[in-house]
Design a protein. Structure first.
Length: 213
């Protein structure tokens, strides 16, 4: 209970109704390969050096396997010089904010939500990273960077993947059924990761698992 003073300086009790909070788990199954691209420590250091106007040591020779390892979101400790055996034994994740963004954006685009803020405050995904169940493989892509320069990128891809999210929501704002539907639509319309539907691609698509799945 909160208290405040009225005009006569008398303490008046204010009843605060309890929030009707619920929690449920949501299993997500990938419908198209998930391409991940985490910021590597080297890339972050280069960006910081540039902002601090430090002299550059020049570009290092490209190391495809290292780039592949650096593109992953490691949940287990990352070895200093990882091998493929280390990769196969490790656990990896993906930021949960990407899943929420897909659900919220899809709800707004489809007209289910009048405002994005409606869903942003109505539910939250617990944790920072969702563990991705699947085996990462290295992929090679030709990309265009600044001024149309061509480059080769080596990133991790989960061809078959799934994950589980824990959702905490305000029952007075949205129902569990509404939230589940937002994620299902978001997986088709927006997706997550690189080259997802919301970025003119078709990767990172997913659906909410059915009872049979």
């Amino acid at each position: 209970m909160a208290k405040k003073k009225n005009e006569e300086n008398e303490i008046v009790g204010v009843e605060i109704p309890e929030l009707n909070i619920g929690t449920f788990n949501l299993k997500i199954i990938g419908d198209s390969p998930l391409i991940v691209h985490a910021w590597s420590d080297k890339a972050k250091q280069m960006m910081l050096n540039k902002q601090m106007k430090k002299a550059s040591a020049g570009r290092e020779a490209k190391d495809p396997f290292r780039d592949f390892c650096d593109s992953l979101y490691w949940l287990t400790d990352k070895p200093e010089n990882p091998t493929m055996d280390d990769v196969l034994a490790a656990k990896f994740g993906f930021p949960v904010v990407a899943f929420k963004a897909a659900a919220v954006d899809a709800g707004y685009q489809s007209g289910v939500l009048a405002k994005k803020t409606t869903a942003r405050g109505a539910f939250h995904i617990l944790g920072e990273m969702a563990e991705i169940n699947g085996i990462p493989e290295m992929r090679e892509d030709m990309v265009r960077i600044g001024m149309g320069t061509a480059d080769i990128r080596y990133r991790a891809e989960f061809k078959h993947w799934s994950t589980e999210l824990t959702i905490r929501y305000n029952k007075n704002a949205m129902s569990m059924e509404q939230i589940v539907n937002l994620f299902n639509v978001g997986g088709f319309a927006c997706g997550i990761g690189e080259w997802r539907p919301s970025r003119d691609g078709s990767y990172g698509m997913f659906h909410v698992a059915t009872g049979a799945e």
